[in-house]
Design a protein around this ligand. Structure first.
Ligand SMILES: Cc1cc2nc3c(=O)[nH]c(=O)nc-3n(C[C@H](O)[C@H](O)[C@H](O)COP(=O)(O)OP(=O)(O)OC[C@H]3O[C@@H](n4cnc5c(N)ncnc54)[C@H](O)[C@@H]3O)c2cc1C
Length: 334
């Protein structure tokens, strides 16, 4: 199985979800002795090829164009359509009628704006928001959540030569980079006339640490049912602001509408790896801990000393979070 990963740059570095795609592709391609090609487009991509190589890319194509610094979906589509059309032409299904090329990309809002259009134009199927890609009985299998994340389904695409898929950010996390790995690097300067385009990006705002994507947050203040309700969540936001930390929580508080659904952590939510994870009123169910157990330092506040999450804590505080948060805020104020 041959893989082409379409990667993204974010604030001058390869985005973390893109690196997850490269690692996923590397692991599956290695089973059949194939290599991983990565396409990365942007305005300035210097040094990013090395990072992609360290995570599993064998060949990196850097597509540089000044217009990509402020362009929208139309720009990307105009660049990638001819490149991908050339690539998929001539690719045949394998002897069993299964795809022999998989195009993999992160499931980001940016990709969602143009990748489905590319798949449609190239007439190839798109399997979105996968948690895993693997080969089983010589078939390429995509695993994706269904029924609100309570079940997983397996998707296969027989009868097509090429398939496109997106990987959910945080689905696998990022492994250790092998800085000795090298990739062949090619550069493409597309001939892009932007006069007829309707979109133009005016500004990119710096992330607010409280609302930044949880997967990229260095510090997280997370709450569980112990916060007791929206007023308790308000305390989490106050503490988040004071600590310059992102606010997240367990699925049950997102299900109750106390927290936006993109801010819960765990098997069916985000997988996070912050330097600091401050957990307040969270019991430590395995569905939650699987999403945060690679945090560097974990501080747990719970009024039940037998709460399972204490087993992951570097510092454990037995007490009522409604007393501890105001006391902490007052100390931080000082
Ligand atoms: C298919 C499936 C998928 C799931 N996926 C996820 C997932 O992705 N993420 C996720 O988080 N959950 C998920 N869950 C739910 C998970 O099983 C747990 O129910 C959930 O994580 C528990 O959340 P909690 O810790 O907030 O609540 P509880 O387990 O009720 O814990 C609340 C804790 O707060 C403490 N507490 C109460 N009052 C206070 C106070 N005043 N001060 C301090 N501590 C206090 C209590 O002692 C208790 O330990 C999933 C469940 C299923 C079935």
């Amino acid at each position: 199985m041959q893989f082409i990963v379409i990667a993204e740059a974010d604030h001058g570095a390869v985005s973390l979800p893109s690196l997850e795609c490269v690692e996923e592709a590397r692991d599956v391609a290695a089973q059949s002795g194939h290599f991983v090609q990565v396409l990365l487009a942007g305005a300035t991509l210097t040094a990013m090829a090395e990072v992609l190589a360290a995570h599993g890319a064998d060949e990196v194509t850097l597509i540089e164009h000044e217009a990509l610094s402020h362009g929208g979906a139309e720009h990307w589509l105009s660049i990638f359509e001819p490149v991908m059309r050339d690539t998929v032409t001539g690719i045949e299904a394998d002897s069993a009628g299964e795809p022999s090329l998989c195009i993999l990309a992160p499931d980001s809002s940016h990709m969602r704006a143009w990748l489905p259009r590319l798949a449609l134009r190239l007439q190839i199927p798109l399997v979105s928001h996968c948690l895993q890609v693997h080969i089983s009985a010589n078939r390429l299998v995509f695993v994706r959540p269904t029924h609100g994340g309570n079940r997983h389904e397996q998707v296969i695409c027989p009868g097509t030569n090429v398939v496109c898929a997106t990987l959910a950010p945080g689905a696998r996390g990022i492994g250790v980079a092998d800085t000795r790995r090298r990739a062949r690097v090619r550069r493409l300067t597309p001939d892009l006339s932007t006069e007829t385009f309707h979109e133009r990006r005016l500004h990119t705002l710096p992330p607010d640490p409280r609302t930044v994507d949880l997967r990229e947050a260095d510090r997280i203040v997370a709450g569980g049912l112990g916060v007791g309700g929206p007023a308790g969540v308000e305390l989490l936001w106050k503490l988040g602001t004071r600590l310059e930390a992102a606010v997240g929580g367990t699925r049950v508080i997102a299900d109750r509408g106390w927290l936006p659904t993109d801010r819960f952590i765990g098997t069916t939510g985000k997988t996070v790896t912050p330097k600091l994870y401050l957990a307040l009123g969270i019991s430590g169910a395995s569905q939650h801990t699987s999403g945060m157990n690679r945090s560097e330092t974990v501080i747990v506040v719970n009024n039940d000393r037998t709460a399972p999450l204490f087993s992951l804590a570097d510092l454990g505080i037995v007490g009522d979070l409604h007393e501890i948060i105001p006391a902490l805020l007052a100390r931080l104020e000082e």
